[in-house]
Design a protein around this ligand. Structure first.
Ligand SMILES: Cc1cc2nc3c(=O)[nH]c(=O)nc-3n(C[C@H](O)[C@H](O)[C@H](O)COP(=O)(O)O)c2cc1C
Length: 184
């Protein structure tokens, strides 16, 4: 029975993958859109990520990836807790607000602090409060793993989907409630 090889690091050396092609080809893979938020010393901070994913059920772990040149990351890292705010299909403006180079991305955004003082966006369809569990530098990104402390399904609207550099129109998407759906 084959076993998983131990993690020995990321292969280095020359690559034949062109950066522009890499972005173009992987842009054909749809992603969700989440805003990662935290209460930094300077106040609430947040950034848009398309790299959010669930990782583990027991314990409940999630992850996302941050460009190591991000100017927001050092401030997100100041807090032990962070929030994940999954955006619904009507909220592309929030996606853009939190990816813009701006000092106050929370201007004109409705949000409230959670019990752990994590800023959570009122318009998110799903919110999670997480403890920062692990951060690793992988290539040119940090892999950030968080343990989910609380979660809330706030709306069953279709999610905002990013694909090929734009948003997919999900407005006419049928609700397909699974057994856990709020309207199931
Ligand atoms: C749809 C979308 C998805 C994004 N996903 C990521 C991501 O997963 N990781 C990341 O580091 N940046 C991602 N970005 C870019 C960041 O939101 C943005 O570059 C960053 O917040 C720039 O500001 P900063 O230097 O203050 O961090 C994404 C942007 C958009 C519009």
């Amino acid at each position: 029975m084959p076993t998983t090889p131990p993690l020995t690091g990321v292969p280095s050396g020359p690559t034949t993958i062109d950066a522009v092609d890499y972005r173009r080809v992987l842009g054909h893979v749809p992603t969700s859109v989440a805003v990662v938020t935290a209460n930094a010393r300077s106040g609430p901070v947040g950034m848009t990520v398309g790299s959010f994913t669930s990782v583990s059920l027991d314990p409940p772990l999630i992850a996302f990836f941050v460009d190591r040149s991000s100017r927001t990351w050092p401030r997100l890292y100041e807090a032990s807790y962070f929030g994940i705010n999954i955006l619904g299909h009507g909220h592309s403006a929030l996606c853009q607000a939190f990816s813009r180079r701006s000092e106050d991305r929370f201007l004109d955004v409705d949000w409230n602090p959670s019990a752990r003082d994590v800023p959570l966006l009122d318009e998110a369809i799903v919110t999670l409060e997480c403890t920062r569990a692990k951060v690793d530098l992988i290539g040119d990104h940090y892999q950030v793993v968080g343990r989910v402390e609380t979660m809330e399904l706030r709306a069953t609207d279709p999610p905002l989907i990013f694909l090929r550099g734009g948003f997919v129109d999900m407005s006419s998407s049928d609700e397909a409630p699974g057994r856990d759906g709020m309207n199931a």
